[in-house]
Design a binder for this molecule. Structure first.
Ligand SMILES: Nc1nc2c(c(=O)[nH]1)N[C@H]1C(S)=C(S)[C@@H](COP(=O)(O)O)O[C@H]1N2
Ligand SMILES: [Mo]
Length: 446
């Protein structure tokens, strides 16, 4: 049996083929489900549902379509209660758009921050169809005082965790690409992705893309719920790595930043001298305009060449790119790829740190070994976990599994704050248990 890592490295190095590689999702958590798309997912223009990343704060709600209704209320002249049939009778819009979690790439931040430790794959490119939010708001008779739109979904939080409710400003809500979608890639929206209806907010990070939508409310003042005021915040200005940032200095995460991922060759793969390969990847951006170029370096950033972008320009979809390379020098090579958007923004060489590890978009980098025998793929030994204390299961695994916990890379002080947060949400940690739990948690390294 090959390990998954060795298999992927061999497949990436072209040692297994030509049959289509099986695509396995990277499981970051099973309960609630957080699934990451593996690198091979960046080879598809439209990400198939079975490879699309999943991010859920709480278990997927069961929705009975016969009972399901969407309400549109708040600062409108005619509040609406609509069934799916009513929605399907309205004119529909379609958009191809990247959906990326704000925390995609969190794994790269140092010092580490709490949260799902995504590598590159909390992102996918979908084809979304549904009603334009602007049409719906017009139908309800939007009044002039409307400031922002509050979405709520059918999911219910465990313990005393605040309900997942999010707002977007009216201007973004009225953009013609902003949808309430009932279809993904030409089929009914799957349960994990928000059946029967989800917000599609092209160019913006995933936290605005409310799933299982049941309520749209026009607000004439700023909504101050937990998920707007204590989560999905980013410092307005750069801060020193590892510092605690005052909430007043934070701004909501909105637009994605120009970004790209090298999907081939894989980091650590072997490549063969004299054999031409196509270095490839996917690039996308946010509100500032579509991707216009991707530059690639195969010599540690000394010289750069232009990759060819395949497919058509797209405002919100990603662009696949490729760059031919024939390794000629034996040894270790660093490959870089840097995307540019229509506003002239390029990916940075280093990232400003932020307390939640959002919006990672550093120039993509992989390192490969060129030799006459391409089977140089390295594998990383993560070591074996430390055994958990006896109080761990009862205290910590009631609402989620240990995947969410054991992937963190936190200090004792950071774990101490995590325990406080969990206690606010209903975890019961006795003063006697606290020390034992912290001893265990701080030792663990994924
Ligand atoms: N109701 C609800 N909507 C939600 C979430 C959630 O937990 N509950 N997660 C959000 C986050 S943080 C992201 S990144 C996207 C993920 O969408 P996906 O699972 O379809 O990829 O859904 C968003 N919508
Ligand atoms: Mo997210």
């Amino acid at each position: 049996m090959l390990s998954r890592r060795t298999f992927l490295a061999m497949a990436a190095a072209g040692l297994i083929g030509p049959q289509k590689r099986p695509v396995e999702m990277v499981v970051r958590s099973t309960r609630p489900e957080d699934l990451e798309m593996p690198l091979s997912g960046f080879d598809d223009y439209i990400t198939p549902v079975e490879h699309f990343f999943v991010r859920t704060h709480v278990p997927v709600p069961k929705v009975d379509l016969a009972q399901w209704r969407l309400t549109v209320d708040g600062d409108v002249s005619t509040p609406l209660t609509l069934s799916m049939d009513d929605l399907r009778k309205m004119p529909s819009g379609e958009v191809v758009s990247v959906l990326e979690c704000a925390g995609n790439g969190r794994q790269n931040y140092n010092p580490p921050v709490p949260g799902v430790q995504w590598a590159n794959g909390a992102v996918g490119n979908g084809r979304w169809r549904g009603v334009r939010l602007a049409d719906l708001l017009r139908r309800a008779g939007l009044k002039s005082g409307g400031m922002e739109i509050l979405f709520d979904g059918a999911d219910t939080p465990p313990g005393t965790m605040p309900d997942f409710q999010r707002t977007i400003p009216l201007k973004k809500a009225l953009h013609s690409a902003t949808l309430l979608a009932y279809e993904m890639n030409g089929e009914a929206l799957p349960a994990k992705h928000g059946f029967p209806l989800r917000a599609v907010v092209p160019g913006w990070a995933g936290d605005s893309w409310m799933k299982w939508v049941t309520s749209v409310r026009v607000m004439n003042e700023e909504f101050k719920g937990y998920w707007m005021k204590s989560a999905y915040l980013h410092p307005g200005n750069a801060v020193a790595p590892g510092t605690l940032v005052a909430p007043e200095a934070m701004r909501p995460v909105t637009s994605l930043r120009v970004k790209n991922v090298i999907s081939f060759p894989a980091d650590g793969a072997g490549v063969e001298i004299g054999k031409r390969i196509l270095v490839r990847g996917a690039a996308w951006s946010g509100d500032k305009g579509p991707v216009t170029a991707v530059d690639v370096s195969v010599d540690h950033g000394r010289t750069w060449g232009s990759a060819s972008l395949t497919g058509k320009p797209s405002q919100f979809g990603w662009r696949l790119w490729e760059f031919p390379w024939t390794p000629s020098i034996e040894g270790h090579h660093a490959l870089f790829a840097r995307a540019r958007d229509a506003s002239g923004d390029v990916q940075p060489l280093a990232q400003e740190w932020n307390p939640s590890g959002y919006l990672w978009n550093v120039v993509a980098r992989v390192e490969v070994d060129a030799g006459t025998n391409p089977n140089l793929a390295s594998s990383i030994d993560r070591g074996s976990p430390v055994a958990p204390p006896s109080n761990f299961r009862a205290t910590c695994l009631a609402c989620h599994d240990d995947g969410l916990i054991l992937q963190q890379r936190l200090t004792r002080a950071q774990w101490d704050r995590e325990l406080n947060k969990m206690m606010q949400w209903g975890a019961r940690v006795t003063p006697e248990d606290r020390g034992t739990l912290l001893d265990y948690l701080e030792k663990f390294r994924p």
